[in-house]
Design a protein around this ligand. Structure first.
Ligand SMILES: [Zn+2]
Length: 258
């Protein structure tokens, strides 16, 4: 089982060693910025390292929105970050499902997702597999509730996108974790990555505050069950730096093996 952590982008390989992780995830730019990634000096080292690399796309990206001043730059930014991810040999680029402004806009939001894949396909496709992540909050989100996720996949399934399940987001988003893996696989046919995070907040709170495994409101054995059922690589996006994340990785490794 490949298990790692979301780490600072300065020295991902050093961060992996410090955590005894065989997988890392990081941002290529400031996640709050609208910025194309710059070439990295460690690109060759990352590709050759044997550490599996995942890139998280900037948070600003929302390809679903009806606001074209956000939607158009979002789909371009997803393309450039997918290319930057390919340059470091990443296995996937994780992007949040996005949202629309009003509940009646949601059908257009799903269609905007389809347009983003269509736009990419015309340019030769995304350079790295896109893994769409479920989100915790918002009433008009494309990938918070799994009924919305099913409609999203109806719109984009032909492009064979990947899926990243975040346990904190599912819990806070109001989806039962015990049955989540089966229900998602029935929709997407796949889970490519697990974000194994505890949640500081209650079920269906809509809040997105990650916690270390066993420190928040999710039974840690439920997170283990999700990891086992999904059979996918795991990234913890938890606080506490090296110490906190290494403890979370050890907790999972002790239960699911190396
Ligand atoms: Zn996540």
């Amino acid at each position: 089982m490949r298990i790692g952590a979301h780490v600072d982008s300065t020295d991902p390989l050093g961060a992996a060693t410090a955590r005894d992780a065989d997988t890392v995830q990081f941002f290529l730019t400031d996640p709050q910025a609208w910025k194309d990634p710059a070439p990295r000096d460690d690109a060759e080292a990352l590709r050759a390292s044997g550490v599996d690399v995942y890139i998280h796309a900037p948070y600003r990206i929302n390809v679903a929105t009806l606001n074209n001043r956000i939607r158009i730059p979002s789909r371009k930014l997803l393309m450039t970050h997918a290319a930057g991810a390919a340059a470091v040999g990443a296995k996937g680029i994780i992007v949040h499902g996005g949202h629309v402004e009003k509940v009646e806009d949601i059908a257009t939001g799903f269609d905007n997702w389809r347009k983003a894949f269509e736009y990419a396909a015309k340019a030769g496709g995304f350079a790295t597999p896109v893994l769409i992540e479920n989100t915790a909050g918002g009433d008009n989100a494309c990938a918070r509730r799994f009924d919305a996720l099913a409609r999203l996949w109806d719109a984009i399934g032909e492009y064979e996108p990947g899926f990243c399940l975040d346990t904190c987001h599912a819990h806070a988003g109001g989806e039962d974790l015990l049955t989540a893996v089966d229900r998602i696989k029935a929709i997407t046919g796949r889970i490519d990555l697990i974000h194994a995070n505890d949640s500081k907040d209650d079920f269906d709170s809509g809040r997105d505050r990650h916690d270390n495994l066993g420190s928040g409101r999710i039974d840690p054995e439920l997170v283990v069950a999700v990891v086992r059922a999904a059979g996918a690589p795991v990234v913890v996006e938890t606080p506490g730096g090296v110490e906190g994340q290494a403890a979370d990785i050890t907790f999972l490794r002790d239960r699911v093996g190396r």
